[in-house]
Ligand binder design. Structure first.
Ligand code: BV8
Ligand code: ZN
Length: 272
């Protein structure tokens, strides 16, 4: 009787000494955070990806802050879902067993951390950090609105009146410099340290679990073929096929919040 995908996945998982997980917006969808390519990928008439760029910042930093302020406001109202919690639990089991677990996320919402994941590799930064354009200091910032001028702004309604925010209304650093969201915009390089931490977590892993990503954004999506090259079992959880489904050994179709709790309910097998 052939082994089911679930049996194959769980038998590999419980023996795995080193596992890596790559997540995207889909893992937060059941928490109420819209994905980029889903219906929520549009903010007013803007593609989320078009506002997440240095060009958009050059054109109108106030509009970009209105967009990120709106995402901070929304993320504040969202909580981790059972998918986030299942990943945090798996990490705890693996660390307790002295094994290697690396969570690599493209998400900037902070829900993995809220669920108890310890130091996920945040490839694309965080909604809750800001960076000064003058002194380059990076600080935690949970002010919502980001400055009083942004109160009540940010409606995703395409008919919402466009407001121009003055330079004085933008968030400022202690040095007086303008603060920008500490996230990686399209066309910007990822932090070398994050790339290195992710590569170290994927290199030689026995299993790579890919959850809720369309896998079209690079270099993040590049970690899947990297794991495949050295023979790791590649598993995917998604509501629909993604750009890397063809590379997967096992695919579980459905919401990660519904699938992960039972799929990951596996404790590390005692060494024989
Ligand atoms: C760079 C932070 C170079 C900001 C983000 C190679 C080939 C082609 C293009 C490139 C390439 N290399 C570089 C590029 C260009 C570009 C890129 O990849 N473009 C794409 C669009 C083709 N990459 C870059 O620009 C990167 N930088 O290359 O710099 C460089 C080098 C040196 C010096 C200077 C420059 C920077 C990329 C990072 C950009 N920042 N985010 C912000 O968030 O505002 S990317 C952002 O979009 C997210 O972080 C994420 O990475 C991506 C969205 O993807 P997903 O998270 O997967 O979300 P999506 O909506 O697409 O899909 C959701 C999935 O979930 C779907 O599959 C859906 O089915 C599933 N789902 C839905 N519900 C559920 C579910 N699954 C499970 N359960 C559910 N309930
Ligand atoms: Zn500063």
């Amino acid at each position: 009787m052939s082994e089911t995908s679930r049996e194959r996945f769980q038998s590999t998982l419980c023996r795995a000494r080193k596992i890596a997980v790559l997540t995207g917006a889909g893992v937060s969808a059941e928490s109420g955070i819209p994905t980029f390519r889903g219906a929520g990928g549009l903010w007013r008439r803007y593609e989320a990806t078009s506002l997440a760029s240095p060009e958009a910042w050059q054109r109108d930093p106030g509009l970009v802050w209105e967009f990120y302020n709106h995402r901070r406001e929304r993320a504040l109202g969202c909580a981790p879902n059972p998918g986030h919690h299942a990943l945090a639990q798996l990490e705890a089991w693996w660390r307790e067993a002295g094994r290697v677990f690396t969570l690599i996320t493209q998400n900037i919402d902070g829900l993995h951390e809220q669920a108890g994941s310890r130091s996920p590799v945040r490839l694309h930064g965080s909604l809750w950090q800001v960076r000064c354009l003058s002194c380059e200091s990076v600080t935690e910032n949970r002010d919502v609105p980001i400055t009083p001028a942004f109160a009540g702004s940010g409606s995703p309604d395409p008919e919402a009146p466009a407001r121009r925010f003055t330079a004085a209304e933008l968030p400022r650093c202690r040095c007086g410099g303008v603060l920008r969201p500490h996230v990686v915009w399209f066309g910007e390089a990822l932090q070398e340290s994050d790339l290195a931490a992710a590569a170290a977590g994927v290199e030689g892993c026995d299993l790579l679990l890919v959850v809720g990503t369309s896998a079209v954004v690079y270099p993040a999506a590049g970690f899947v073929p990297m794991a495949k090259r050295h023979g790791a079992l590649i598993a995917e959880v998604n509501v629909e096929p993604s750009a890397i489904s063809g590379l997967c050994d096992v695919v579980f179709t459905g919401g990660s919040g519904a699938i992960l709790p039972s799929l990951l309910d596996v404790t590390p097998a005692r060494a024989p």
